[in-house]
Design a binder for this molecule. Structure first.
Ligand SMILES: Nc1ncnc2c1ncn2[C@@H]1O[C@H](COP(=O)(O)OP(=O)(O)OP(=O)(O)O)[C@@H](O)[C@H]1O
Ligand SMILES: [Mg+2]
Length: 251
């Protein structure tokens, strides 16, 4: 699964990841996951709930080193991550949460980010004053603010309304097109997968591995509605029965 051309930036080979549960049982979560992402590629992962997607992302981000295998990130790469839960510091304002993560980001850039994410009027608010959707947007701002080379997004658009989710999807696309950001996105939403992904990986149930990569002929920005519909249908066919993927809207 090596991308044609370009330097391979992110090389993932996870042979095995197991947890020991509180009851003392071994739980094998990941087995033989391997892929290489080229610089700036956007990989989308779709898989059943509980199969191990978050576990895989945490390993790739370097947050969990207790596994067999290897993950080669580019030396010095800045990694931005948005978790399923926003994980903001409750005693810091929205603005400070972002500034603490990105102390070198200049004011104009932060202002633009807050505007894009419709957070300008919330800059002085504290996380306890935010809805979950707003908190998710702050988590996105925090990840973008560091100007990441690798961006890891774990269901970042969940719990946002359709209009805002579509808007943020466009913003995400603009961001990853503005400079090469190698991106890994986990989603259950087929629209997000098809509209954002350069490559779409379908993951198996636990222990998770990449079951298939959906072939896509056209670059993301050039994909027409017919092709988008065909890719969605292919994902739906391949994931039918395991409630892996849903569709947020009818588009
Ligand atoms: N720290 C842990 N200790 C023990 N088991 C864990 C731990 N973290 C996760 N698990 C188990 O590992 C499996 C995979 O969890 P993970 O969160 O990676 O799934 P997921 O694919 O992200 O699911 P979802 O789509 O619901 O977010 C689950 O069975 C989960 O209960
Ligand atoms: Mg998860």
């Amino acid at each position: 699964m090596r991308p044609a051309g370009g330097s391979a930036l992110l090389d993932v080979e996870i042979k095995q990841k197991t947890f020991v549960t509180a009851a003392g049982e071994r739980l094998e979560v990941l087995r033989d996951i391997g892929f290489v992402l080229g610089r700036g590629e956007v990989a989308v992962f779709v898989g059943p709930s509980g199969c191990g997607k978050t576990t895989m992302l945490r390993i790739i981000a370097g947050l969990d080193r207790d596994y067999r295998g290897r993950v080669v990130r580019p030396p010095g790469a800045r990694v931005g991550m948005v978790f399923e839960e926003p994980r903001l510091l409750p005693w810091r304002s929205v603005e400070d949460n972002v500034r603490l993560a990105a102390p070198n980001a200049d004011g104009a850039r932060l202002a633009a980010l807050f505007a894009i994410l419709e957070l300008t009027q919330h800059r002085t608010h504290y996380p306890g004053e935010l809805s979950l959707g707003l908190a998710r947007r702050v988590a996105l701002a925090r990840a973008f603010a560091i100007d990441p080379d690798v961006l890891i997004l774990d269901e970042p658009l969940v719990s946002l309304d359709d209009v805002l989710a579509a808007h943020l999807r466009d913003e995400l696309m603009a961001l990853v097109d503005s400079r090469p950001v190698t991106t890994l996105l986990v989603t259950h939403d087929v629209n997000d997968a098809v509209r954002l992904g350069d490559r779409i990986f379908l993951m198996s149930s636990r222990p998770a591995h990449v079951e298939a990569e959906v072939p896509i002929a056209t670059p993301r920005m050039a994909r027409g509605e017919n092709e988008i519909a065909a890719i969605k249908a292919m994902i739906a066919r391949r994931t039918s029965g395991n409630r892996t993927a849903t569709t947020r809207d009818a588009s």
